[in-house]
Each structure stands twice: as C-alpha cells, then as structure tokens.
Design a binder for this molecule. Sequence first.
Ligand SMILES: Cc1ncc(C[n+]2csc(CCOP(=O)(O)OP(=O)(O)O)c2C)c(N)n1
Length: 531
Amino acid sequence: MASVREVAFELFREHGMTTVFGNPGSTELPMLAEFPEDFRYVLGLQEAVAVGMADGYAQASGRPAHVNLHTAPGVGNGMGAIFNAQANHSPLLVTAGQQVRAQITMQANLTNRDATRVVHPFVKWSFEPPRAQDVPHALARAIHTASLAPKGPVFVSLPMDDWTEEADAESGHVIERVAEPRMGPDPAAVESLAERLNAASSPALVAGPDIDASGAWDDAVALAERQRLPVFASPAPGGGRLGFPEGHPLFQGVLPPAIGPVTETLKGRDLILVVGSSVFPYYPYIPGPLLPEGASLIAITSDPDEAARAPMGDVILADVGLALRALLEEVGEANRAEPDPLPEPTAGEETDPLTPTMVQHTLAQVFPEDGIVVLESPSSTLSLRNQMRISRAGSYYFSAGGGLGFGLAAAIGVQLAQPDRPVVCVVGEGSVQYAVTAFWTAAAYDVPVTFLVLRNEEYSILKWFADIEEVTGAPGLDLPALEVAKVAEAYGVSSTAVSGRDELHEALRVAIGSSKPELVEVPVTPGMALF
Ligand SMILES: Cc1ncc(C[n+]2csc(CCOP(=O)(O)OP(=O)(O)O)c2C)c(N)n1
C-alpha cells in the first residue's frame, strides 16, 4: 500500500509541481524525507523570499507552485508575500507543517494553534485535513482551488505524522482529476458588447494584467487594431503584468492611479472597455467623477469579486482570453481615426548622479528582445514603463499588492521558470532590504538574474506621498549608506557599483550577457521619475 507521502508526491508530479520552494523546520522534515530525485527544493532563507520566489515562478510558468513553510512563525513571516500573491492572482499552494496530531490538543511546542485562521484573509481556501488519509485529497482540492479563477494562494496545514501513514485505497482518483479552469462568456453579453463597441464614436480600451496571465496578448492587439481603439494600461500600482505592447502605435500610456486623474485622462471617450483589470486599482485618494461625462464603462474579468466591487460600469464575468476571442468573432473593422502615437521617449542630458529616467533609458538600450523585467523601484515605476515600452507577452512582473520584498524574490522564481530568457530585476535600495536574503538563493542556485539597484539614499516615493498628503516633518524617510553591492557580494552575488552612463551601459551589457547572477548598483537623483 502507498503512503500518504507517495500519493501526495505523485499528485504534485501530475500537476507539474516538482519544484518546491521553502524554508524548513522540524515539523516539515517528515514531508521532505526521501525527497524524490525528480523534484527540486529551492531554499529561501526567510519565508517572504520563499513565497515571493514561488509567486514569480507560478506567474512565469503559468502553473501552480508549491511553497512549504515552517508552522505558525514561518507562515507569519510569509504573510506579506502571500498578500502579494493574492493581489497578483498567483496560483500558490502554501503548505506548513503542524505538530504531531496526538500533541495538537495539548498545544505542544510548535503547534500552529489556529492554523487555518492565520492566513485566512489572504487565501482562497485554508484547511487542515481531519485525518492523515485526507491529505492527498486536501492537497488536490487546494491545487484546483488555486488554479481556478480567480487564481490565488491556498493554504493547507499538514500534521507532521501524516506522511508515513498508509494512504486510502481510493486516493488514486484525486491524482488524475483534471479541472479545466476557463469559463466562457455568455454569448448574449458578448453580442451586446460588440453592438456597444460598433455604436461608440470614441471608445477606448484599458488593458489589465490578466490579459497576459490568460494568454490573450495577441487577441487584445487584434481587437484594438480591428476597432482602432486607443489603448491605456490599467493604473500601474495594481498592474502586476502588462496587457498590451507598450511600443504599439495605439498605446496611449499608463492610466494615472487616482479617481479624478483617471477620469480626466479618459475625457471625451463614450465607451471605456476594461479588460483583465479591477475597476480600478486607485491610490492615492484624489476624488472626482468616476466616469467622464457621457461615458459608459464595461469590464471583462474572470474574478467575481472584481466584478462585484467595481463602483461603476457593467461587467462580463468570464475567462479574459475566451471573452476576447468571442468578441473578436462579433466585431468587424471600425472606421475610426487612429490616435497619434506617443512621442518617442527622451531622457534629457546626462547628470551626476544619473536621473532614474536616464538609468531606465540606458537599460532599454541594452535590453535583449526576449528579456523580462521584474520591477520594484517605486519612484521610477512610470519612467521604466515609459522608457522601456515593453512589447512582448510575459515580459514584466510587478507586485500588484504593493508589499515590498516581491522584486528580488520573484525575479529568482521568474528566472527559474524561464531559464532561457534573461531576467533583469530593477529595484530600489530600500526595497532590496525586505528580501535581501534572496541574493543568497540566486548565488547558491546559480540563478542568472541581473539586479539593477537604484540608489537614491531615501524612500523617495514616500516623500512624494508626503507632499500629496500634505504631511510635513515625517521621520524615517532617509536611507543613508545602504551598501547593497557590498551586502550582495557577501551573499555571493558578484556586484559592481557604477556611475555615469557609459559605465552603466557597459556593466549592464556584461551582467545581462553573463550566465551568473550579477548586481549593478547606480546612484540616482532622488525624486519621482514620471517619464
Ligand atoms: C512591506 C512594505 N513595507 C513598507 C512599504 C511602504 N513603502 C512603499 S514604497 C517604500 C520606499 C521604497 O524605497 P526604495 O526601494 O528605495 O524606492 P524609492 O521610493 O526610493 O524609489 C516604502 C517603505 C511597503 N510598500 N511594503
């Protein structure tokens, strides 16, 4: 008879989940015993890193990823990253070891007392199997739940004595079950949307992150081209991925993130079609009308919660890719004037230190066509978008949740999922600190990410927020002397500190071309870089 462990690992194998991210403790060791040779364990030295790596891996592979944490404190350390994974619609199986069943009631040391409650708000499903024999079924249910729309993290608490128990004779069925996750749209709703589009005189498309996640990139482009739609990216803070090629002539820029400015930007549009985004990931609070005068809005999302919580507009609930495909079958060529393309990005004169805009401009010059950016440089998010105009699917990852620590960790996960594509992690020196031990994993597993660290000696974006919030005299916004290059070097990542455009250009060219993790640190002027 097979053990619970054997059935569980067969289940993981069947779902292609042979990479396990984690940070182990004594309660996890029984799961890891006799670790099969066709599996790989990727060690994160702190749980935020383990979860962030799994998040990047899940998104960039398009498959659920498994991260194993150490009972209550391990889960606690991973919470911010689990929150990010939820916002990213990232299908994560989060498991944690639990005390031996016989010692849970007496709450022996390391008992995760309220295991299912701790993570509850940040996961789709949180469970501790009632019997050892239920472990494979619970894991199967968790994997399906994570993979069904909206994709997201799930949690299973696993008592450490379950693994060696004999599995239920019928448990093989859960290994083989397939749950096709994509739900198609109501044909009548698609027809009515097509009529609205055809009747509109000045419609616009707002492209969101789930276009990329659902593999609908080419269909979004086809729709925009056929209907001659000006295209805006959904506001950057909530946009973990791109929904449209940003170098395309129809692309009109990233929507600003606040209510009033979004409406101002969309002024004059009579129909706003939002695809694969919530409506909208606003922040900060700049009030105003929710829609321009005379405009109506309709959104396509696969997330029932996004559908329900939008403050305005109509919605079609369906897989974004299937809905776009169905819409393309209904709409013909529109005879509208095309908008003027965005002007070519410019970076101004070279300064000392460089502006973040010049840094991103320089990166754009050396960036390979198949490169991927993982971004966590808060005050220069928009300048990176503008300077790089990334135009290929699956090439940009950002934390939709806004919790720092995503960047370094996710970049490693993305690179492991896409070993043939060069990954560049663009990160602020403040953001580095939330997942700094990720450098060790990059070095230990030889993950050839290029880390580009922008050093402005402060929390620049918080100074910008302070202005908007009319806050003066806030402490804790300066970061003198954070020596990221030296710290990364100590973790085993070869690092160079550069200044000036030529040095930066050369260092990036070498680092991106190298097959090892490399770090380039560059001082930059402080302040918000919008273009
Ligand atoms: C976990 C977490 N803690 C705190 C914050 C608040 N926060 C947002 S941006 C930021 C500053 C980041 O600094 P840095 O990476 O140097 O980027 P800069 O603002 O200078 O561009 C902070 C602390 C956050 N988003 N997430």
